[in-house]
Design a protein around this ligand. Structure first.
Ligand SMILES: [Zn+2]
Length: 100
């Protein structure tokens, strides 16, 4: 029984390793490219006139809600773009958010 389970687990582990290995094996280049693409896609989504991001245009910081002439955009933990004023940018960086 235990031997049987071990065999299944082993096969599953090998299959998983093969699948993830192949994905990683495609090269760090691909990962970098997709990350770059994602960032560009997010930037494009942000630039779209569709009212998906209310902070856009209003010029308000996503953190302190104060009006800011210059907002720096980051991707928050939920993968949503967020604009930060100069003061809050420090906090965004501390949180490890990715700049757009
Ligand atoms: Zn702010």
């Amino acid at each position: 029984m235990i031997r049987w389970m071990k065999a299944i687990a082993g096969a599953l582990g090998r299959a998983l390793a093969a699948a993830t290995g192949r994905r990683d094996g495609a090269g760090g280049k691909v990962a970098d490219l997709s990350r770059h693409r994602r960032r560009r896609r997010l930037a494009a989504a942000f630039a779209a006139p569709a009212g998906t991001e209310p902070d856009r245009g209003s010029g308000r910081c996503s953190r302190c809600r104060k009006e800011a002439r210059r907002l720096t955009f980051y991707v928050d933990e939920a993968g949503r773009p967020a604009g930060f004023c100069k003061d809050c940018e420090v906090h965004a960086k501390r949180r490890g958010l990715l700049p757009l």
